[in-house]
Design a protein around this ligand. Structure first.
Ligand code: NAP
Length: 329
């Protein structure tokens, strides 16, 4: 099979397309023909060596799969060949999804939503699971509450806006001017141009000085230390970004704030919940750009570039028909 191999840690040129043996499913495992994958910041963080202790080289990386079951190992009961499936491969534990075939444990695989193309489905597994963990499991956002979603045009942010609306919240989000309309189209109630306006000022003005119940930090830096300024009493902050520098969270005491840190974990349950929202028309990933397996280095360069003309996700068509919605849809 063809796979994109990470030869050394470094820039996008560190990849090479090679022929490698097709994997074999062992007990409890499923062999999937990968139709599509997608690009996440984690992918270029791994590529440049941020997690070099956890990634032995050469490596197949990649963290989203949408595809079709080709074969199952002994003991697998949930899937048969021909099933359309989606999942995030086990992070830092075995080969990733930049390949024509992938093997995964049965328990992390879900049935792909039939109304999504493979490109769309691959664009939702990691970011959707992350947003679910953050808003549903940790923040426990409830109907009538308010939330600030930072980075509302990005991979995680554009899903978090839709999820928060489905949960009945009033949604504030920060984007660049070029993405204001996109964020509104996802359902955001108050869209803030982060280059022109201070989000704390806007939130305090819009909430009569009350602040939001939840801040979802997808940016890092001082979004964590400034979060209490935008937060209501007893508010919650959920961050998915590594803290590179020590942060002064003194203001959080005055707000009786709770802080949650999320590193996404795979399980089929979250995928099934996301599928329900997709089926109800409350959630749809936006594919902002599509590349081939061989052109993943270009996709990395795009995702890493500042002020890029991109909304939502970059998807990778591993199989040429990946843009089609299945006949079952
Ligand atoms: N812990 C976990 O489990 C987990 C899971 C997924 C992702 N993450 C992390 O979460 C972060 C976001 O991931 P992603 O997939 O959403 O990345 P992404 O697709 O690159 O989106 C990031 C978005 O943030 C915007 N942005 C940049 N600076 C901003 C600012 N100051 N204020 C508001 N928006 C800003 C970017 O747009 P413009 O620059 O064009 O404005 C872009 O739309 C990454 O650091 C990633 O590693 C963590």
């Amino acid at each position: 099979m063809k796979a994109l191999i990470l030869k050394s840690f470094g820039g996008p040129e560190s990849f090479e397309l090679r022929d490698v043996p097709k994997p074999v499913p062992h007990a409890g495992q499923v062999l999937v023909r990968v139709h599509a994958t997608a690009i996440n910041p984690l992918d270029f963080q791994v590529r440049r060596g941020d997690y070099s202790d956890l990634v032995p080289l050469p490596a197949i990386t990649g963290h989203d799969v949408s595809g079709v079951v080709e074969a199952v190992g002994p003991g697998v009961t949930s899937f048969v060949p021909g099933d359309e499936v989606w999942y995030t491969p086990q992070i830092f534990d075995g080969p990733g999804s930049y390949a024509e075939y992938h093997v995964a444990a049965e328990g992390i695989i879900g049935k792909k939503p039939p109304t999504l193309s493979h490109l769309e489905a691959a664009s939702l597994t990691l970011v959707g699971g992350t947003a679910w963990e953050a808003l549903v499991v940790r923040a426990a956002l409830s109907v009538g509450e308010s939330i600030l979603v930072h980075g509302g045009a990005g991979g995680v942010g554009h899903v978090a806006i839709q999820l928060a609306k489905a949960m009945g919240a009033r949604v504030f989000t920060t984007v660049r001017e070029a993405n204001l309309e996109f964020a509104r189209s996802l359902g955001a109630d108050v869209v803030i141009d982060y280059e022109k306006e201070d989000y704390v000022d806007v939130i305090l003005r819009e909430t009569g000085g009350h602040g939001v119940d939840v801040v979802f930090d997808t940016i890092g830096g001082n979004t964590l230390s400034r979060s209490p300024d935008a937060l209501a009493q007893l508010g919650r902050v959920v961050s998915i970004v590594d803290i590179a520098q020590p942060q002064n969270l003194l203001q959080a005491w005055g707000k009786n704030a709770s802080y949650h840190f999320v590193f996404t974990r795979q399980n089929r349950g979250k995928l099934d919940e996301l599928s329900t929202l997709v089926a109800r028309g409350q959630l749809r990933p936006h594919v902002g750009a599509v590349y081939s397996l061989a052109d993943i280095p270009l996709a990395h360069a795009l995702l890493e570039s500042p002020n890029k003309d991109l909304r939502g996700k970059i998807a990778i068509a591993v199989e040429p028909q990946a843009h089609l919605v299945s006949a079952k849809g």
